[in-house]
Design a protein around this ligand. Structure first.
Ligand SMILES: [Zn+2]
Ligand SMILES: [Zn+2]
Length: 222
């Protein structure tokens, strides 16, 4: 079983994740925010060698811990290029929400999107141990939003880390800069809903869900 740890703290209660390969001890951190110390503790406790910091998007709650994670781990930060304008304006995002936020170190790599199977995706060097990470472009909550589909080599089933694209019983807000409701609904239907019903979905806020549960009961998607 893949090692999976998550943490969320006030004020945003945004989920940050540590994933690790149970065979090799390599891992990644997803969306380090204010809970970054818990994520780093979890990585240490699990004796993981973290190789990348992967961002689902660049709203402030998902990136306030990037600098501390990078300082502790010395590994590259990945983001979709279309969200870099948000990333570079994290201090101003803080002002807009009434928080003092520090500037974060520059992004090291942008996910290079390629078109395949009708949508934009990236499946380059992103691996940890025996796991691969497919990056699916799912704009709508913001222009550079991505979902990360993590699968073990030789296995078809994936676990999805969807940022603020989809929540248990809800969807991401679309009233922030670059947000668009039609685009978001299309991303969910055309990209996420191609996964089987039993696919586990970890969202940026709140509890985990499954594709089938949201397909059946999510009021925004019926
Ligand atoms: Zn967001
Ligand atoms: Zn969020």
């Amino acid at each position: 079983m893949m090692i999976l740890e998550h943490a969320a703290v006030e004020p945003f209660f945004k989920n940050g994740f540590v994933l690790g390969c149970e065979d090799t001890g390599e891992g990644v951190i997803i969306d380090p925010g204010d809970e970054v110390e818990q994520l780093l503790d979890a990585a240490r406790r699990q004796r993981l060698a973290i190789t990348s910091i992967l961002l689902t998007h660049a709203h402030l709650d998902h990136i306030t811990g990037v600098g501390r994670a990078k300082a502790a781990l010395g590994v590259p930060v990945w983001l979709h290029e279309a969200d870099n304008f948000l990333y570079e304006r994290v201090v101003q995002q803080g002002f807009a929400f009434g928080f003092r936020v520090e500037a974060q170190p520059p992004v090291d790599h942008f996910y290079e999107m390629q078109r395949h199977e009708g949508h934009e995706g990236f499946e380059g060097a992103l691996r940890f141990g025996r796991y691969r990470v497919r990056v699916l472009h799912t704009p709508g909550h913001c222009p550079g939003g991505v979902c990360l589909a993590v699968s073990r080599d030789g296995e078809k089933r994936a676990v999805l880390f969807v940022g603020d694209t989809l929540f248990a019983g809800s969807i991401g807000r679309t009233d922030l800069p670059g947000g668009d409701m039609d685009t978001l609904l299309r991303s969910i239907r055309d990209v996420l809903f191609t996964f089987p019903d039993d696919t586990v979905v970890w969202s940026g806020h709140g509890a985990a869900t499954t594709i089938g549960e949201e397909r059946r009961t999510n009021p925004f998607l019926r």
